[in-house]
Design a protein around this ligand. Sequence first.
Ligand code: ZN
Length: 251
Amino acid sequence: MPGPEVEEVKSRLNIVELVGRYVALKPSGQRFKGRCPFHPDDTPSFLVSPDKGLWHCFGCHAGGDAIGFLMKIERLSFPEALTRLAHELGIEMRTVGGEGKAKLLQVNQEAAQYFARELRKLSGKKARDYLLGRGVGEELWERYKLGYAPEGWDGLIRALGRVGLDTLGNLGLAIAGEKGHYDRFRDRVMFTLCDDQGRPVAFAGRSFAGDPKYVNIPNTSLFTKGTLLYGLDLARDAIRQRGRAVLVEGY
Ligand code: ZN
């Protein structure tokens, strides 16, 4: 690191659009001008040069490229900022975050797709009826990555067989029992928990009847309980635009 993604992100990114999410910019010759978000600025003294891909403030002398801007304004590390921008641009990361993490995220992605497929099957009818009965229409199922974990003990394990039981166990999707591994989620409506970049990091399953009402994934290398707001990946732009957020309990 930095890998080849850095140049690709920089060359494809529109710095005016990125900075413009946080700062009202007006054209000024070849450049764009606005009030600096990093110091109280009446002038305005904040300039963005799209041709150079750089920004600079003549008031507080902060400056840098697009990745640096995102790091500063969102208080991110370099890999975090780079990963987020690469994700937005659909650039696959090869060097940041580690191969291990990328692989685990991929497995979770496949698990989410499996639960989504099961929801559409004949056996998923009661999950569909449950969601519709709670006012969660079909148009939301894909957006929120909702699904169904069917009855039985190893549906997911068989569907993702090549992944390996250790990996499924590490992700909390399978449990090691005396007679072998079995699916953690059985006959449940499934919720996919995504990080703020929309990547599936964990799952929760709601029962139709009986206890426990919710089964959650334990802490894994992708997920720590109490550190994630459900749906934030979908709500963050609207929260930023409106300047407010409504927080409710539950999924
Ligand atoms: Zn400034």
